[in-house]
Design a protein around this ligand. Structure first.
Ligand code: SF4
Ligand code: MG
Length: 340
């Protein structure tokens, strides 16, 4: 959980209620080695904040991080550095994350040295890193400056730098959204290849649910700072259970990449006599995500949800199992089996 305090000016600062942006609320996720987990949602849904919490860039308001079952003490310098080495972050803008006055050699050498992995033959280690990210022959790239590289090559250097720490997990925040469409697939394929060969856990943050289907083993959907649905990527994209996931899919710019979506899936039993069970082909209206300073009560999606029930306005839905696939869940009262 991460709440950012909101500063108020003047009298309000002294007399008004304390306010905060509830950017991430009670999000739980598990990354596993050899798997890509996608975190999907609109901008402002809290996805990047989750990555920054996991990387220790932001302190948490609540909750904990566990590595191999053991709690990570972010306040303990040494323990935290050991954790931070194993969990590396890749940012959206490779140009901003590389220092323009330094060469590829500098960036990679620094990463290797910080993590004590420079070894006896530094040149060999550098070449290995560059080969890993398919910048070959390495001699062609090692003395280049960031501006001499294309966006895709820069992102590969950023990935190589992350690999310099010999991590177990990569937190990739929109790693291809700033790259030309034509080279996005190449970078995603590289990450997938690294996942296999180095047995990495990858958190893939994206607003593009179609790319999650292609690239991620499992997909989690966030709305307004909370997780609303999760399961294996094929299930989430073919048989979305949560009305918000349906909206994301309906508004995907390139629906072909999603394949045929099963419309019948929305024939769930609605535990509210006010809603007609048979005509549940929802078309969720476009709209804006709510303010996170004063998020809606109950289900945060209720102001936009075409099938909202009375209880949705006041009661926060927990995760319910959706029984079409193992591990598929939705935080939505429609799936409250007990009530149906
Ligand atoms: Fe809609 Fe209610 Fe489900 Fe929220 S809990 S998505 S408001 S039906
Ligand atoms: Mg973001």
């Amino acid at each position: 959980t991460k709440h950012f305090p909101v500063r108020r000016r003047g009298r309000a600062a002294l007399t008004g209620p304390k306010r905060s942006i509830q950017a991430v609320d009670d999000v739980t996720l598990t990354l596993r080695r050899g798997r890509v987990t996608a975190l999907v949602g609109e901008s402002g849904s809290g996805k990047s904040t989750v990555a920054r919490l996991l990387a220790g860039i932001y302190p948490r308001t609540g909750g904990d991080i566990r590595l191999h079952g053991e709690e990570v003490n972010v306040k303990h310098g040494k323990a935290f550095r050991a954790y931070a080495r194993r969990v590396q972050m890749i940012f959206q803008d490779p140009f901003a994350s590389l220092n323009p006055v330094h060469t590829v050699r500098y960036h990679l050498t620094r990463a290797l040295k910080i993590h004590g992995r420079a070894g006896d033959d530094l040149e060999k280690s550098l070449h290995e890193l560059l080969s890993r990210v398919q910048l070959t022959p390495p001699e062609r790239y090692v003395d280049k400056f960031p501006h001499e590289l294309s966006g895709g090559q820069r992102q590969r250097v950023a990935i190589a730098r992350a690999l310099g720490a010999d991590p177990e997990a990569l937190l990739a925040d929109e790693p291809v959204s700033m790259l030309d469409v034509s080279i996005r697939l190449g970078v995603l394929n590289l990450l997938r290849d690294l996942k296999e060969r180095l047995h990495l856990a990858i958190l893939y943050i994206t607003h593009d649910i179609a790319s999650a289907r292609y690239f991620a083993d499992e997909t989690m959907v966030m709305y307004a700072g909370r997780m609303v649905e999760g399961g294996d990527s094929e299930t989430i994209t073919q048989r979305p259970a949560h009305p918000y996931t349906r909206l994301l899919i309906d508004s995907a710019p390139d629906p072909d990449r999603l394949g045929p979506v099963d419309n019948r899936h929305f024939h769930v039993k609605v535990p509210d006599p006010g809603v007609d069970n048979r005509s549940f082909h929802v078309k969720v209206p476009e709209g804006e995500p709510p303010s996170l300073i004063d998020p809606p009560s109950g289900c945060r999606f209720h102001p936009r949800c075409p099938v909202a029930m009375e209880r949705c306005r006041t009661e926060l839905p927990p995760r319910f199992e959706v029984d079409d696939a193992p591990g598929h869940w939705a935080a939505c009262w429609l799936y409250d089996g007990a009530a149906g």
